[in-house]
Design a protein around this ligand. Structure first.
Ligand SMILES: [Zn+2]
Length: 309
């Protein structure tokens, strides 16, 4: 019996070794894609279909700026053929040491399997002049929440398709086909989203974190203030008072809050201003039934239109 187990163990180890040594061969047909966030995983899944395995490190209900590292992340990264990151230093607080510690040469920064999705997206709020983190700004290279504009989802998906086709040339046509289908479905969905948001174009909102410039641009909202005094800096009494006064003066009634922030300050602002707190989702997987890139916009737009009515 022991001998048998030992023998199985040996065969298993051999298979594992062959699989790890030959990514892309018959032993490991599917590319292992690891993404920093769920939105990138959703986009990769759209175009990769059944030819890839996709795992996101951060969960959709977590603040992507601050993710607590777990040993299981290292295991995922060790086996990855491709790592897709948001970039613009969104993940700087947690991902770089994991990449290094994974010891996986395929996904090190600059390697063929390291993919920075921000290079494909339209980036807003790129600062001019000297960049300093002294003020605690977590958006030093421009706004990293760019996936909340469907056009950027399209662009990033297109970039991922090119990369997948390069890594798995045999399935390049399959990936292309899936991208075409995704882009077509996205265009249809966009018509629907635009129609729903059309009556509310020009509406002013306050958001907790500065997560929504791309979304606001796409759907015609005006973000006039933030609960955080600066991105990544918790609310202060004096800043909160300024926000309340501004909202009263300008008749702003909607406060959009990401699910991972404390509701105390936004709830207090809502009470003072007669406004409504909308707990919107910045990412796929923020709640149980939002599992695709499409469902993310469906969910948020339904919430917003209800709040505006
Ligand atoms: Zn941010």
């Amino acid at each position: 019996m022991t001998k048998l187990v030992a023998r199985f163990g040996f065969v298993f180890a051999l298979l594992l070794a062959v699989t790890l040594a030959c990514p892309g061969t018959a032993f490991a047909k599917k590319l292992n894609v690891v993404t920093a966030t769920t939105d990138l995983a959703a986009l990769a899944q759209e175009v990769g279909g059944e030819k890839i395995n996709v795992n996101s490190i951060a969960k959709g209900y977590q603040d992507p700026h601050f993710v607590e590292a777990k040993p299981s992340f290292l295991l995922q990264l060790r086996q990855a053929d491709l790592l897709v990151v948001v970039g613009l230093q969104l993940e700087i607080g947690w991902l770089p040491p994991l990449i290094t510690q994974s010891g996986n040469p395929r996904i090190q920064v600059g390697a063929n399997g390291y993919f920075d999705a921000s290079q494909f997206a339209e980036i807003l709020e790129i600062p001019s002049g000297a960049i300093t983190r002294a003020m605690g700004d977590v958006h030093p290279l421009g706004n990293p929440h760019y996936w909340l504009d469907p056009e950027n989802g399209r662009r990033v998906a297109k970039g991922i398709v090119a990369k997948l086709g390069e890594m798995d040339a045999e399935d390049a046509a399959y990936f292309q086909q899936r991208y075409q289908d995704f882009a077509r479905r996205l265009s249809e969905a966009e018509k629907n989203w635009d129609a729903q948001m059309k009556p509310f174009r020009g509406r002013k909102v306050v958001t907790y974190h500065n997560s929504l410039p791309n979304f606001a641009k796409q759907f015609g909202l005006e973000v006039v203030g933030f609960v955080e005094p600066r991105p990544g800096i918790p609310p202060t009494p004096s800043h909160t008072l300024d926000v309340i006064n501004m909202m009263k003066r300008d008749g702003v009634k909607v406060i959009m809050v990401e699910p991972y922030f404390d509701r105390k300050t936004p709830d207090a602002i809502a009470r003072e201003t007669g406004g409504t707190v909308v707990e919107y989702l910045p990412s796929v997987g923020g709640v149980k039934d939002v599992n695709t890139y499409f469902q993310l916009f469906d969910y948020d737009i339904a919430l917003l239109t209800k709040a505006f009515q």
